[in-house]
Design a binder for this molecule. Sequence first.
Ligand code: FES
Ligand SMILES: [Fe+2]
Length: 383
Amino acid sequence: MRQQTQIDLAQRVIDFIEQRGTELTDEVFLNPVDTYTSEEQLAREREVFFRQSPLLHCHSSQMPNPGDYVADELSGTPILVVRGQDGVARAMLNMCRHRGARLKDGTGHCERAITCPYHAWTYSFEGKLRMVTPSAGFPGISPDDRSLVMLPCVERHGFIWVLPQPGGQIDEDKLLGGMDDEIASYGFAGYKHHDTRRVTKAMNWKLVIDTFMETWHVGTLHRDTVAPIFQPAVNVFDAFGPNGRLIIPRRTIIELKSKPEAEWDFLPRTAVVYTALPNSLIVWQGDHLEIWRAFPGRHAGECIAEASLFIPRAPQNEREKRYWDKNMDLLLRTVEEEDFPVCEGIQQSCERGGQKHVTFGRNEPALIHFHQQIRLCLGLPAN
Ligand code: FES
Ligand SMILES: [Fe+2]
């Protein structure tokens, strides 16, 4: 992040702390509860967001070497990304061209080729079928006609994006829009994967994102976990097209006041939550990176949430490893034991139908922006 941006953001935060204020939108926003409960809306989201939009698939450090792969079908499309001998990450449908068996699960490494677990057809890391075997069984069928189906894939600043639809294109410059240079400046491409956890919850996928979109619940909901760390109730938010940047200041930020501006070290004193529409968060946590991804489950009231933690360098000893493990534990304890139970309660309230809208306050600008953009992309009325 540019030094001047850091100074400007720190000044905005300090001003709000001193004035006991926060950033306000012009109006409150009434968000229809249908957005969390409607199967019709979910069907549209699956098409617009989870088939036609590039999705953040993983971080480069989860598949650093030729033959490494990361597979999932959380979007509804079975996606396999493999790093080629040339170092390029390529995405393909995780579907054997013989009878459609899944080629790989989760993360791992292929030794020489991608081998189907069913009848051992083998494909190069670039998705080319090597041989149709047994040849007598498949007369007239050429390996060229049975290569894996490729998906558009882009690796940029350490993040690997995949469009779950064959034949489309990813516009690299649009992925992070106006946040691209800033995200590049952190040097996340050199970070290392530390841990990933995935959970299934009885709540709509957008509630995973919502929980990161304001800070004024920190003082109440998180009073025994992260409230001593973060400054509650101060939102500093900037929209970058459909995406956005929310500053979640640590309490230590106020110490900057006693230093000359030229010495302001802003980034260790804050979390920065970047939304990457539709379903991902790139979170700077003061000294490490988190990625959150949210996907719909089997119906509107179910989701799969995934949290991953990345660190500037691999732990050099047990003490460093324990430090990052503790970070992961605190993250999961806070979100899984505190945020998500509340979100599941919100889901139940919405499903019981007692009210048509939930109310987003003027002090929740990031939340309002996220839902306005969702509605815009889906062609829904503003609210
Ligand atoms: S399904 Fe893959 S080799 Fe038969
Ligand atoms: Fe929270």
